[in-house]
Design a protein around this ligand. Structure first.
Ligand code: FES
Length: 86
């Protein structure tokens, strides 16, 4: 019996490992193809577990996997700030 990694999308460790072995080695790639991290908790529960699996299978450092791609905005921005931006 395989462990559940993403409870919201009902994905098991075995399913996530299949994606990694197919060559999907970033959290975003696995998210796009499996929906892991797109559930109610938005990955708060499963993101770190998926990163640990990627790290274990690829040998990449965990920090490199978790914080690989900053996306803007880096910090929360109010709509007022965006509306006043020229
Ligand atoms: S456990 Fe994966 S999105 Fe919630």
């Amino acid at each position: 019996m395989s462990k559940i990694i993403c409870r919201c999308e009902d994905l098991t460790e075995e399913e996530i490992l299949d994606f990694i072995h197919q060559g999907f080695t970033t959290i975003d790639e696995i998210k796009r193809f499996s929906r892991a991290g797109m559930g109610h908790c938005q990955g708060r529960t499963c993101k770190r577990l998926i990163a640990q699996l990627i790290s274990r299978e690829t040998g990449k450092p965990l920090n490199e996997i978790l914080y690989s791609k900053p996306r803007s905005p880096i910090k929360p921005v109010t709509l007022r700030t965006l509306a006043n931006h020229k």
